[in-house]
Design a protein around this ligand. Structure first.
Ligand code: GUN
Ligand code: FE
Length: 454
């Protein structure tokens, strides 16, 4: 790859709750696709950096009305559930899994079907500006390998897990790991396969140990997966205290919360991402912080399947590494931007309350609200921290994973008024009204991989 320098207005969130805007910034990208430097016009080296890029014919200048943002990081997607996104949202979690989701996921024994769906999903996520996705696949080793290959070929940064689920009491006969040994062997095979994929030398695609959630796994499986996490030092993902049913199931079976149980199985590491986590206690939050694990806040999905709002304000104030997840298809949209504004909206319901019959001071949990800046941090830098990867920011040494959003696309819902809107207002408008038609370019590791210009 040839190094290049991008010149334009960048907007990012190095600190949770704060937005940094640099107009006419220069972002220097090296041959490996990493950021070699970020320069504001007042920087001493600005002129020489710009001249060097011009001389090398490698300066890319953004057009007026275009903004450079970090690529979006989706911490929770069920790739096989893409065909049912926007569907089957009327049931509680347990019934939804048994009646809709497990039958759909079982179809990925068919690699032709898997290829069709996974290709469509990865294209869609990239078009929506998602440069990194943490994926649950299915129990099938071969289809999971295929998902990893498709992400690699299409240029998305991806973390891909073969789902482990072997508990006959909770998983149907037609869809579960044959045995603990088989499930662990397939997890090991997936890790080794992804790490050795030709073209993946820079580890843009990473393997993930993926116990679906405690109910679907036997203790033997959880023990074995914890050992694999230690042996391979790779990422871990699972669902944690998502709904009343899931949370209470673990309380009944293990006599403790998901967080404590996962910790006991050595599944809480700095590379672990816990989806949902709506019902975690203060003690659980302290454990998650101590283990430096991350949380995938899935605000839209939670409205349908958790019947509770994740206390994002509290978790952020405690300094937890919280990012956002669409949870396709528990969440109906593949757009992380939509989940950004849903995160704000959900926190407003939590803060203001929902029962109009109660007097206002008793209606909600005051002090629970977050705003678009915190939501944007979660969708970018927070996601990067949760994954322990140098992504989500424009900073020297970080990967150049970025999107270029165009606010001047005709016929778009995103309309900026030059005489009124400041850069922060524009970011807020992007979060609320940008669509894939506004996403002109999507860059991963210094490579253009999508967007309407692609
Ligand atoms: N808990 C276990 N499996 C799932 C799933 O596929 N989606 C969600 N939202 N929760 C789960
Ligand atoms: Fe999920």
């Amino acid at each position: 790859m040839n190094p290049f320098t991008l010149c334009g207005t960048l907007i990012h969130a190095p600190v949770c709750g704060e937005i940094e805007v640099i107009e006419n910034a220069l972002v220097v990208v090296d041959a490996a696709g990493n950021i070699a430097g970020v320069y504001a016009p007042e920087a001493e080296k600005y002129a020489i950096v710009k001249e060097t890029a011009v001389a090398a014919n490698s300066l890319i200048t953004l057009a007026k009305g275009q903004y450079l943002l970090p690529g979006l990081i989706d911490l929770h997607v069920h790739a096989p559930q893409w065909p049912q996104a926007g569907n089957a949202l009327h049931l509680p979690l347990y019934t939804w899994l048994q009646e809709y989701t497990f039958p759909l996921e079982a179809k990925y024994a068919d690699l032709e079907f898997a290829e069709k769906v996974y290709t469509s999903l990865v294209d869609t996520l990239i078009a929506n500006g998602t440069t990194t996705t943490l994926y649950f696949a299915t129990v099938h080793l071969e289809a999971t390998k295929l998902l990893a290959e498709i992400c690699l070929a299409k240029g998305q940064r991806a973390l891909v897990g073969k789902v482990a689920m072997d508990n006959p009491a909770e998983c149907p006969d037609y869809y579960r790991d044959e045995s603990v040994q088989q499930g662990l062997a397939d997890t090991r095979a997936l890790i080794e396969y992804v790490r050795a994929m030709p073209g993946n030398e820079n580890e843009r695609v990473l393997p993930v140990i993926t116990p679906r959630f405690i109910p679907s796994c036997t203790d033997e499986m959880l023990t074995g997966l914890g050992e694999l996490a230690e042996e391979y030092d790779c990422h871990v993902q699972t669902h944690c205290s998502e709904s009343d049913w899931a949370h209470n199931y673990v309380l009944n079976r293990h006599g403790k919360h998901d967080t404590q149980s996962l910790h006991d199985f050595k599944l809480l590491t700095n590379k672990t991402v816990l989806a949902h986590s709506c019902f975690i206690s203060d003690e659980d939050m302290a454990t998650i912080k101590q283990q430096r694990s991350g949380i995938a806040h899935c605000p839209l999905s939670n409205a349908y399947f958790a019947d509770a709002v994740f206390p994002a304000r509290k978790a952020l104030d405690l300094g937890l590494d919280v990012g956002l997840g669409t949870d396709v298809s528990g969440g109906a949209t593949p757009s992380l931007l939509e989940n950004c504004h849903t995160a704000v909206t959900a926190s407003r319901y939590l803060d203001g309350g929902v029962d109009a019959e109660l007097p206002q001071p008793e209606r909600g949990i005051q002090g629970s609200r977050i705003d678009f800046k915190e939501a944007f941090w979660m969708a970018t830098a927070g996601g990067g921290k949760a994954l322990d990867l140098n992504i989500g920011l424009f900073k020297e040494g970080y990967a150049f994973d970025a999107i270029i959003v165009d606010t001047k696309v005709a016929g778009s819902n995103l309309v900026v008024w030059a005489e009124l809107d400041k850069a922060e207002d524009i970011l807020q408008k992007i979060i609320y009204n940008a669509n894939r038609q506004n996403i002109r370019q999507v860059w991963v590791q210094g490579k253009l991989v999508g967007g309407t210009d692609h």
